[in-house]
Design a protein around this ligand. Structure first.
Ligand code: ADP
Ligand code: ZN
Ligand code: ZN
Length: 649
C-alpha cells in the first residue's frame, strides 16, 4: 500500500476574506512540494489549489475524514516567494484566496495538452545605441551597487536618463544569472519603451500586458516558470506575480502612476507589494520618477528608502520655460498668447501638444475673477455640483449647500462651473488652424494600437497638433515637440480628493517634460484661474522639492496619508432609500463601536449608480491600520472595502 501524507492547501475556489487553508491527504509518490499546484475536491466541485505545507510522514492523522488530492498539475511548483507573497497579500489587503490565486495563476492551467500557439514572427530588433553615462548617472549606479539598502527612489527630472540606469542595472543582474521585473504604466506608449529594452535584451525579454488572450497569458506564464536562464520581464503591475525563479531586481518606472494601484480585489498597491517581493527574494527595488509620489518621497525622508537624484537632462538640454497664463486676467478657452505660440510653432514646422483633462470635469464652482474654488468648510476639498439635487456636495463628509452666487473671497458675481467647455477645444483648434494635421487621444480611443499609431505619426511628423488627456502626459519622448499647452490646469485641481494637488503637480510637470527633448527653444504654456496654487506655481519651476514641502505640511495638518491610514467603504443596493439608510446605520455603528477612528459620511458616491445599484461611501480615517483592517474584514453583504485607497472619489 502506498504511503499517505498530509498537506495543507490554499484553495482557489475559497472566496472568504481570510487565508484559511485546508488539509488533504496525498500519496507520497505523487511527490508534492510546497508550491505544487493540484486539483482537489472542494464542496461539491473541484478546484485548483496550491500546496502551502507538507506534514512529516509520521504526523498523526486527524479523526475526521480527510479527502484525497485528485491530481497534481504536471508543471513545476511555484517559486517559494510567491507562496509567501500570496499569504502576505491576503493578510495585508484582506483579500480572499480566490482573488489572490486568480491574480497569480493563469486560467487554463488544468487543460491537458493545450493547443500549441503559433510562434510570433520574429520582430525587427533595433540596435542599441552606445551611450556613455554622465557623472550623475554613473554615481547613481555606483551608489545602488555598493549600498546594502533594499529600496531606492531615483528622482530624476524628465529626460535625465533614468531608463538608461535601469538598463545598466538589469545587465548587471543578468550577468549574475538573476532575473529582473520592470513595471511600466499600462497605458503609457508601451511600444516605445519596449522597443528600447528589446534592443538591449532581445533574447531574454518577456512582455506582458492586460490585453493578451488567456492562452497567450498562460504560455507566457509557463515560459517564465520553466525558464532556464535569467529573464527580463516587462509589463504592468500584475507582472510582479509571474513565477520568476531567481529574481534580483525590480524596477518600477513612473512609480507615482495611479495605475500601480489595483482597484479590484486584491486591491494591492504595486509599489508596496514590490517592496515585500524584494524582501522575500533578496532583490533590489528601484522606483523611478520625475515627480515621485508623496508617499514614496516621505519614506526617503524617514530613511526607509534611499534617495538618488538626477538633476540634469541626459543630453544637457535645459528644461523648457513654463509660462503661466492667468485666466482671471486674460480669459478664453484658447487665449491669444497660446494661439500665437501655436501659430509660430507651426510656422517653424515644429509640433504642438495640447493637454486637457476631461476626467477632472467634475463640476466645481470657480470664481472667474480670483480663481477661488468653493470648498467644504470641514474637509478643505472641492465641492462638486450635483445637478439632480441642485446642490454642491462634499464627497468626504456629505456636507451640502446651495451654489452661491457671490465669491466668498473677492465678492465677484462671476462664478462658473468648470468642466464645461473642454470639449470645444478640438473644434476650436480645427477652426483656428486650418490645414494643420490634428490628432486626438482620449479615453474613447486609447487602446494600445491607437496610441502606438499616434506615437509613430508624431515621430514621423505626420501630426502637427496632438490634443489629448492625461494619457499623453506619459513617457512620450518626441524631439519635434516645441510647444506644450495646458488648456485648463484647474480641472485637475477641482477633483475633490486629498491627492488632487499631488496629481495636478505630477501631470503638469510630466506634461511640461514632453517639450524640448530635441531643442532648446521649447516652451510650455499653462492656462489657469489659480496661478498661485502650489501645484501650478511649483510646476512652473519644475520644483518638486518645494511642492513636496508644501503638500506634506498640508497632509499633516489635516491628518491625511502618509500621516494616517484611510479605508474607503462603499455600499450598494438597488433601492436608493435603503442604500442611504443602511449606510447611515453602519456609519453610526462604527462611530459607536470603535474609538480610535474618525468616520466621514456616508455620502452618495461621485458615480452615484453602477450596475443599476445606488452607491454610498463612508471614509474611515485612523492612525492605526489594524483597526481599519478589522473593520474591512467584518463587513456585511453589500459593502466593499479599499484599504489604503489612493483616491477617495
Ligand atoms: P528618462 O527615463 O529619465 O526620461 P531617458 O533614459 O529616456 O530619460 O533619457 C532621455 C534621452 O537621453 C534618451 O533619448 C536617452 O537615449 C538619452 N540619454 C540617456 N543617457 C544619456 C547619456 N549619458 N548621454 C547621452 N544621451 C543619453
Ligand atoms: Zn473670487
Ligand atoms: Zn466635507
Amino acid at each position: 500500500m502506498s504511503i499517505k501524507i498530509l498537506a495543507d492547501i490554499s484553495v482557489k475556489a475559497y472566496g472568504a476574506n481570510d487565508y484559511k487553508t485546508f488539509t488533504y491527504s496525498t500519496n507520497k509518490e505523487l511527490g508534492l512540494k510546497v508550491g505544487s499546484i493540484v486539483m482537489i475536491p472542494f464542496g461539491k466541485r473541484q478546484s485548483l489549489g496550491v500546496v502551502i505545507k507538507i506534514y512529516p510522514q509520521d504526523h498523526p492523522k486527524p479523526s475526521y475524514k480527510i479527502l484525497d488530492v485528485k491530481e497534481k498539475i504536471d508543471i513545476n511548483p511555484l517559486p517559494l516567494h510567491l507562496v509567501k507573497l500570496a499569504k502576505w497579500l491576503a493578510d495585508y489587503y484582506l483579500a480572499s484566496p480566490k482573488a489572490i490565486w486568480q491574480t497569480i495563476l493563469p486560467s487554463g492551467l488544468q487543460v491537458k495538452n493545450p493547443r500549441k500557439l503559433k510562434q510570433k514572427t520574429k520582430q525587427k530588433v533595433l540596435i542599441a545605441p552606445q551611450i556613455k553615462l554622465n557623472p550623475e548617472q554613473a554615481s547613481a549606479i555606483k551608489t545602488i551597487k555598493a549600498s546594502h539598502d533594499r529600496a531606492f527612489l531615483l528622482h530624476g527630472i524628465t529626460g535625465s536618463g533614468k531608463t538608461e540606469i535601469y538598463i545598466r542595472l538589469i545587465k548587471e543582474v543578468i550577468n549574475r544569472s538573476r532575473s529582473a521585473i520592470v513595471l511600466i504604466p499600462e497605458i503609457s506608449l508601451t511600444a516605445q519603451t519596449v522597443e528600447r529594452f528589446r534592443s538591449h535584451f532581445a533574447g531574454s525579454i518577456i512582455v506582458s500586458h492586460s490585453k493578451l488572450t488567456a492562452a497567450v497569458r498562460r504560455n507566457i506564464w509557463l515560459e517564465v516558470l520553466n525558464a532556464q536562464k535569467p529573464q527580463v520581464i516587462i509589463g504592468p503591475r500584475s507582472s510582479l506575480f509571474l513565477p520568476v525563479q531567481n529574481l534580483g531586481l525590480i524596477v518600477i518606472d513612473e512609480e507615482h502612476e495611479s495605475s500601480y494601484k489595483q482597484e479590484s480585489a486584491p486591491k494591492y498597491n504595486a509599489v508596496i507589494t514590490a517592496k515585500k517581493l524584494a524582501d522575500l527574494t533578496n532583490s533590489k527595488l528601484i522606483l523611478g520618477s520625475a515627480t515621485p509620489s508623496i508617499a514614496s518621497y516621505f519614506l526617503t525622508q524617514k530613511g526607509k528608502i534611499k534617495l538618488l537624484e538626477l538633476k540634469k537632462r541626459a543630453k544637457g538640454q535645459r528644461l523648457p520655460e513654463v509660462e503661466i497664463i492667468d485666466l482671471t486676467k486674460e480669459p478664453g478657452l484658447i487665449t491669444d498668447k497660446l494661439a500665437k505660440a501655436i501659430e509660430s510653432t507651426l510656422k517653424n514646422r515644429r509640433q504642438v501638444i495640447l493637454f486637457l483633462n476631461r476626467r477632472g470635469s467634475a463640476n466645481a464652482l470657480i470664481c472667474v475673477d480670483c480663481g477661488h474654488t468653493v470648498k467644504c468648510p470641514n474637509c478643505e476639498t472641492t465641492l462638486t455640483f450635483h445637478a439632480d439635487q441642485a446642490r454642491l456636495v462634499c464627497h468626504y463628509c456629505g456636507h451640502t449647500h446651495l451654489p452661491q452666487s457671490i465669491c466668498p473671497q473677492c465678492q465677484s458675481t462671476e462664478l462658473i462651473f468648470i468642466g464645461s467647455g473642454t470639449k470645444k477645444v478640438e473644434e476650436q483648434i480645427t477652426k483656428m488652424f486650418v490645414g494643420a494635421k490634428i490628432a486626438r487621444v482620449d479615453r474613447d480611443n486609447s487602446d494600445i494600437e491607437h496610441l502606438d499609431k499616434v506615437y509613430q505619426d508624431l515621430k514621423n511628423g505626420e501630426i502637427d497638433i496632438l490634443i489629448g488627456t492625461q494619457m499623453i502626459a506619459r513617457g512620450l519622448d518626441i524631439e519635434g515637440v516645441d510647444l506644450v499647452g495646458v488648456i485648463l490646469a484647474d480641472s485637475m485641481l477641482a477633483i475633490p480628493d486629498f491627492s488632487s494637488l499631488e496629481r495636478t503637480f505630477q501631470l503638469l510637470t510630466q506634461v511640461a517634460g514632453r517639450a524640448g527633448r530635441g531643442r532648446e527653444k521649447a516652451k510650455v504654456i499653462i492656462q489657469t484661474y489659480a496661478p498661485d496654487n502650489p501645484a501650478v506655481m511649483h510646476s512652473k519651476e519644475h520644483d518638486f522639492k518645494n511642492f513636496y514641502l508644501t503638500e506634506i505640511a498640508n497632509r499633516q495638518k489635516h491628518s491625511y496619508p502618509p500621516f494616517s491610514y484611510l479605508l474607503k467603504l462603499t455600499y450598494s443596493n438597488f433601492n436608493e432609500a435603503r442604500t442611504k439608510a443602511n449606510a447611515m446605520q453602519f456609519a453610526d455603528s462604527l462611530r459607536k463601536n470603535y474609538k480610535n477612528i474618525s468616520v466621514l459620511g456616508p455620502v452618495v458616491c461621485l458615480h452615484k449608480k453602477a450596475a443599476n445599484k445606488f452607491r454610498y461611501q463612508v471614509i474611515v480615517k485612523s492612525f492605526d491600520r489594524t483597526a481599519l483592517a478589522k473593520i474591512a474584514k467584518n463587513l456585511k453583504i453589500g459593502w466593499t472595502a479599499d484599504l489604503d485607497p489612493i483616491n477617495l472619489v
